[in-house]
Design a protein around this ligand. Structure first.
Ligand code: COA
Length: 147
């Protein structure tokens, strides 16, 4: 696996890049709960901003942001390859998603975090605003950050 420091942040563009992007999303966020391929997508993909981090060995991490209103952006589907977690890739993707949301006029960003990821988002300035619907039996929290 490539060193995370040398990994490159970009937007997937080609069909092949998108396949690898969705594949990692599925592998980390859906496959462990026996969810079928394509269950990792929703109906907002076309209008969303997609960011991935790639190294020599392929896609190491992914994340997405979309708009719920002119002011409100929502981050979803943050997923880092298991072997690459804790090396700063998630932080880099999150900052890039926030940067792109600000560029398009977002005033704040919301997300629903798994209980296990709340600490990660707190470190990046997010606060818990309440409970969010559980998914696959995992407790989720609504988190918010002013941009
Ligand atoms: C949660 C996730 C996106 C974080 O990405 P990552 O690349 O592992 O995190 P980073 O290495 O960028 O961590 C950045 C900081 O957050 C901290 N951090 C990371 N995960 C954390 C956690 N679960 N709890 C507390 N702190 C955490 C790191 O220690 C680091 O702090 P530092 O900068 O002071 O050293 C990633 O681990 C992941 O994909 N997990 C599985 C899927 C998931 O839970 N996705 C989120 C769904 S809401």
């Amino acid at each position: 696996m490539a060193d995370a420091g040398y990994a490159r942040i970009s937007e997937p563009k080609t069909g092949e890049e998108f396949e690898r992007y969705y594949d990692l999303r599925w592998k980390i966020l859906r496959a462990p709960w026996n969810q079928p391929r394509r269950s990792e997508r929703d109906n907002l993909e076309d209008e969303s901003i997609h960011v991935m981090c790639s190294g020599n060995s392929g896609v190491l991490g992914v994340g997405r942001v979309h708009f719920n209103s002119a002011d409100e952006a929502q981050i979803r589907y943050m997923a880092i390859d298991e072997s690459q977690q804790g090396r700063g890739i998630g932080g880099r993707i999150l900052l890039e998603l926030e940067r792109r949301a600000v560029e398009r006029g977002a005033k704040y960003v919301i997300l629903n975090s798994r209980e296990s990821a709340v600490g990660f988002y707190r470190r990046h300035g997010y606060e818990v605003a309440g409970d969010a619907p559980a998914m696959f039996g995992i407790m989720h929290y609504r988190m918010i950050k002013n941009l």
